[in-house]
Design a protein around this ligand. Structure first.
Ligand code: 5GP
Length: 189
C-alpha cells in the first residue's frame, strides 16, 4: 500500500505504519459511492451509520452517493474485552427512521469477528425493511466467526489493531486522516 503517509507528530509515539492512506481511502470511498449509486438508482436507500467508528466513513461515503439518500445513526456497545467481541450488543442509540419497506445499507467501520454486524442485521431485519445490506470500510482477514454476506467492502486488512479515520483507542485517534497500526505507549525504543 501507500507508504507515503507518515503519522502526524502528535500521535507519532504510539502509531506504527500506515495501513491505508488518506488518498487510498478517498479513491476507494468514491468507488463504493459510485457502486451504491448504480445499484440503488431506482429506489434510494437509507444509510445507517454505526457510531462512533463509522463517523468519518459515513460522512465521506454519503457525499459520493449521487441519489436522494437519507441518513440515520445508531450507537451500539459491545460487551466483552476491548479486543474480543462477545457478540452481545447493547443498543445505546436507536434509529429514528422507519425501516418499513425501505432498502437499508449499514455503514460500518470494521468487521472483525462479525458478531456485532450479525446482531445488527437481525435487529434491523425485524423492522421489516425491503432489504438490509452492509458497506464495511475494513474487513479483517480470516477473523470472521460467523458467515457474513458483505455487499460492499472497502479494504481487507491483516488482523492487527488499527486506529484512525473514525477508529479509536480509548476515544482517541478518530481524527487521523489515514488508518494506522496502533503500537501503544512505551513500546518505542
Ligand atoms: P466484531 O463484532 O466484528 O468482532 O467487532 C467489530 C467492532 O470492534 C468494530 O465496530 C470496532 O468498534 C471494534 N474493532 C474491531 N477491530 C478493531 C480495530 O482494529 N481497531 C479498532 N479501533 N476497533 C476495532
Amino acid at each position: 500500500m501507500d507508504a507515503q503517509q507518515l503519522p502526524p507528530v502528535w500521535a507519532n509515539d504510539v502509531l506504527g505504519d500506515v495501513v491505508i492512506s488518506e488518498s487510498e481511502i478517498a479513491s476507494r470511498v468514491a468507488e463504493l459511492g459510485a457502486a451504491i449509486t448504480a445499484d440503488y438508482a431506482g429506489d434510494p436507500p437509507l444509510l445507517v451509520g454505526v457510531l462512533k467508528g463509522a463517523m468519518a466513513f459515513m460522512v465521506d461515503l454519503a457525499r459520493k452517493v449521487e441519489l436522494r439518500v437519507d441518513v440515520d445513526f445508531m450507537a451500539v456497545s459491545s460487551y466483552g474485552s476491548a479486543t474480543q467481541s462477545s457478540g452481545i450488543v447493547r443498543i445505546v442509540k436507536d434509529l429514528e427512521a422507519d425501516l418499513t419497506d425501505r432498502h437499508v445499507i449499514v455503514v460500518e467501520d470494521i468487521v472483525d469477528s462479525g458478531l456485532t454486524l450479525n446482531y445488527l442485521r437481525k435487529y434491523l431485519l425485524a423492522r421489516k425493511p425491503k432489504s438490509v445490506e452492509v458497506c464495511a470500510l475494513l474487513v479483517k482477514e480470516g477473523e470472521q466467526r460467523v458467515s457474513l454476506d458483505l455487499k460492499y467492502v472497502g479494504f481487507t486488512i491483516p488482523p492487527t489493531f488499527v486506529v484512525g479515520y473514525g477508529l479509536d483507542v480509548a476515544e482517541q485517534f478518530r481524527n487521523l486522516t489515514g488508518i494506522f497500526t496502533y503500537i501503544g505507549e512505551g513500546r518505542h525504543e
